[in-house]
Design a protein around this ligand. Structure first.
Ligand code: AMP
Ligand code: TRP
Length: 332
């Protein structure tokens, strides 16, 4: 059986990178797989969050997913803290994962920064919780952006290590699904940094809540270079900002990067940016307006999450129980 699990953090500012790297792929996979999508609030508090912001961002992330086309009736959409199996499984994995494995994680190094001693212990064991999210459902496929690849390798390592330590074939080997022409969308201000929710400059990203004017403005101001657009992939790849914008264009128009590039080869950035802005606005406007409509009805959003959590719990609980039996925990 094929089962999808993926998660997104409710830390505000959902952006075009989240959309093209993850959310849009989640929507498309609904036709083929049983899908479980999670707003990962336990992950969010690995960095400080104001309670009011966390509540609002959890609803906002849920509204964006619904607005983008996640079908919460056929599939499952919920927030992580409502299903306690995640935290219980994560403890078991804290005792499976080795410090050496966690020490290799680049996301921890990036997020902890220079002052590592003051990072939370949660931030350090975050990948174990992510493995728990996935394996508590025995999910087989995980659609994510490129930045999560290393965490999925760790998930496989944890599953394999658990299976061999206890001599069982309990957890499956998960397959990452990283696809499309925009698996790593970069900042509009700096082609060497990924587009991120936490970048201090709002001009670095296109938020799913941005107006058409904001989007046009941000794309017009996006950093580029003075040369006309290239006509070979090698030349494109040597120019990170051009490459990033071309990747976004390709993804939004469902073209290959090669085809998108040929369309603009030899042209100036100004005309390319105009087309890109129009395309981005067309693609995002319906999502933004549906999201606003949903945010006006938090009661509905909360009900979706509650219903999703109950159905998620029904899958997770028996798998947690089996795992606890394997480990040797006594229960009545
Ligand atoms: P996060 O915002 O860290 O919770 O990420 C949620 C999902 O969006 C994950 O699958 C990430 O890999 C994906 N994602 C986040 N930032 C980007 C980006 N700049 N480009 C592509 N995918 C991204
Ligand atoms: N760590 C992921 C991120 O920051 C979010 C996440 C948490 C996730 N649990 C997951 C993604 C399980 C896929 C599967 O983007």
């Amino acid at each position: 059986m094929k089962r999808i699990f993926s998660g997104i953090q409710p830390t505000g500012n959902l952006h075009l990178g989240n959309y093209l790297g993850a959310i849009r792929n989640w929507v498309r996979l609904q036709g083929e797989f049983e899908c479980i999508y999670c707003v990962v609030d336990l992950h969010a508090i690995t960095m400080p969050q104001k309670p009011e912001d966390l509540r609002r961002h959890t609803r906002e992330a849920t509204a964006s997913l619904l607005a983008a086309g996640i079908d919460a009736k056929t599939h499952i959409l919920f927030n992580q803290s409502q299903v306690s199996a995640h935290a219980e499984m994560a403890w078991i994995f804290n005792c499976v994962a080795r410090l050496g494995w966690l020490n290799r994680m680049t996301q921890f190094k990036d997020k902890a920064g220079k002052n590592r001693d003051s990072a939370s212990a949660g931030l350090y064991v975050y990948p174990n919780l992510m493995a728990a999210d996935i394996l508590t459902y025995k999910a087989t496929h995980v659609p994510v952006g490129d930045d999560q690849k290393q965490h999925l390798e760790l998930t496989r390592e944890i599953a394999g290590s658990f299976n061999s330590a206890y001599g069982v074939e309990h957890f499956p080997m998960v397959e990452p699904l990283i696809f499309g022409e925009a698996t790593r969308v970069m900042s509009l201000r700096d082609g060497s940094k990924k587009m991120s929710k936490s970048d201090a400059s709002d001009y670095s990203r296109i938020n799913l809540t941005d107006s058409a004017d904001d989007i046009a403005q941000k794309i017009r101001k996006a950093r580029t270079d003075p040369e006309p657009l290239p006509d070979t992939i090698a030349a494109l790849e040597a120019r990170p900002e051009a490459d990033n914008l071309m990747g976004i264009f390709a993804a939004l128009s469902d073209l290959s990067r090669e085809a998108a590039m040929q369309r603009f080869a030899g042209k100036q950035f100004s005309s390319f940016k105009e087309e890109l802005a129009a395309l981005a606005i067309d693609s995002l406007a319906p999502i933004t307006s549906e999201m606003r409509r949903l945010m006006a009805d938090p009661g509905h959003v909360d009900a979706v999450l509650r219903d999703g959590a109950a159905r998620a719990d029904a899958i997770a609980r028996p798998i947690l129980r089996q795992t606890q039996d394997i480990v040797g925990f006594l229960r009545p």
